[in-house]
Design a protein around this ligand. Structure first.
Ligand SMILES: Cc1cc2nc3c(=O)[nH]c(=O)nc-3n(C[C@H](O)[C@H](O)[C@H](O)COP(=O)(O)OP(=O)(O)OC[C@H]3O[C@@H](n4cnc5c(N)ncnc54)[C@H](O)[C@@H]3O)c2cc1C
Length: 370
């Protein structure tokens, strides 16, 4: 039998997507968030382009399936009139000075396109000059691959869209810090509730919630700094994301905005600051591939704490030994892409359906330190 009442803790993409998926299935669901500084979703670049990734195996498969689910979740949001999502299928450019590197990326994208040609769209080797036509600040001397289906979402807008759509399906939202009690109840604000199920989607903070039970999951914060630039008078709305086959990227947004980043600071702890070294790294990387951004105005640097899992696979499912307790964390650098897919799968699992695709993501716990 499915659970009747559920509390979801955390309204980043993991919790917001689970909340929406539960609410649209008629569940009595409450979403609680404490507005912590450093929410990963609020800082995310929001790029939806998994196909050029050099990683193969289960993570890559999930990443690709996550991107393929986006049209479905957008359609479900539209069913309740939520259409402002910050999503745009603006295409992606894979660029590199070494044509052999672009060859290898073209092979990977072509292989993944064969499984889902509609989502990936047209893939074409266009060379550097045509790439600059699509993203004018790019350096000369680059080879380039165009991927029509590359997309991006604004993390803040889509998070709010999922929450609003969940509300329109009858879900409730509360702003408060939540704590799990050792008897399985959950406390937030001045309320203590005893729901049929609790979903911990606390991102990098998930182990704080599990501490009262004396267990932890293998996840830790990884700081990401990303700088937003504006190019006054330039319309960047239809510019693609740019992937130099390195650790960094550029992504344009509607208006005159380009975000460049991001740092991946493993071991950062809970320290959501803009640092001198982080700022230097993202700007140096960006200008090395797109020197035409040199005169852009710096708007802000956003900082998010990615919930990074030890073995990089997300951790999604029932917490062993704790009836009615579920976790959704460890989405690392791919949470915007995978979040809606995993939220939908977890909602089905919470409601008692067998969900084989979650088997590989089953949480393992160890005793909490101290
Ligand atoms: C700079 C940067 C760029 C990124 N770019 C991309 C990208 O291009 N594509 C992509 O797919 N992914 C990207 N990501 C990754 C993606 O943003 C994350 O994987 C994802 O946002 C994680 O979502 P989450 O919901 O697990 O965690 P968060 O978004 O961190 O949300 C967790 C929430 O839980 C709340 N919370 C925690 N504990 C409690 C408590 N006790 N009570 C109440 N509330 C609580 C927090 O306040 C927070 O709001 C990027 C991340 C960063 C930082």
């Amino acid at each position: 039998m499915g659970s009747r009442s559920v509390v979801v803790i955390g309204s980043g993409i993991a919790g917001a997507a689970t909340f929406f998926a539960l609410a649209r299935r008629g569940t009595d669901v409450t979403l609680v968030d404490d507005g912590a500084v450093g929410q990963a979703t609020a800082a995310s670049a929001g790029i939806l382009q998994p196909w050029s990734s050099a990683i193969d195996g289960p993570f890559a498969d999930l990443y690709v399936r996550g991107a393929a689910f986006w049209p479905e979740v957008l359609a479900r949001l539209a069913e309740v009139g939520v259409t402002q999502t910050g999503h745009r299928r603006s295409g992606a450019l894979v660029v590199n000075a070494d044509p052999a590197a672009v060859d290898a990326a073209e092979e990977r994208v072509g292989r993944r396109r064969a499984a889902d040609p509609d989502v990936v769209g047209r893939v074409e080797r266009i060379g550097g000059d045509r790439a600059r036509g699509r993203f004018p600040p790019l350096a000369t001397g680059l080879d380039a691959l165009w991927i029509e289906g590359g997309g991006r979402v604004d993390g803040r807008t889509v998070r709010d869209a999922l929450v609003e759509a969940g509300r329109r399906h009858g879900g409730r939202t509360v702003t408060a810090h939540a704590a799990l009690l050792d008897d399985g109840r959950v406390r937030f604000g001045d309320r203590t509730e005893d729901p049929d199920a609790v979903v911990l989607a606390g991102g990098a903070w998930t182990n704080d919630l599990l501490g009262s039970l004396g267990v932890r999951v293998p996840v830790a914060p990884q700081r990401g700094q990303i700088t937003h630039l504006t190019l006054p008078g330039v319309d960047t709305t239809h510019w693609p994301s740019v992937h130099p086959l390195s650790h960094h990227y550029l992504v344009a947004f509607d208006g005159s905005r380009v975000a460049v980043g991001a740092t991946r600071e493993t071991g950062s702890g809970f320290d959501p600051r803009v640092t001198a070294a982080g700022q230097l790294q993202v700007l140096r990387d960006a200008l090395s591939i797109a020197p035409g951004l040199a005169d852009a105005t710096i708007l802000e640097t956003r900082v998010g704490l990615r919930p990074l899992a030890d073995d990089t696979m997300p951790i999604v499912g029932a917490v062993p030994g704790h009836d009615g307790l579920f976790v959704a964390t460890g989405y690392g650098a791919a949470g915007l892409t995978m979040g809606p897919l995993l939220g939908d799968a977890l909602a089905r699992r919470v409601l008692g359906e067998p969900v084989p695709e979650l088997d590989a993501l089953h949480p393992t716990t160890s005793p909490a330190a101290g």
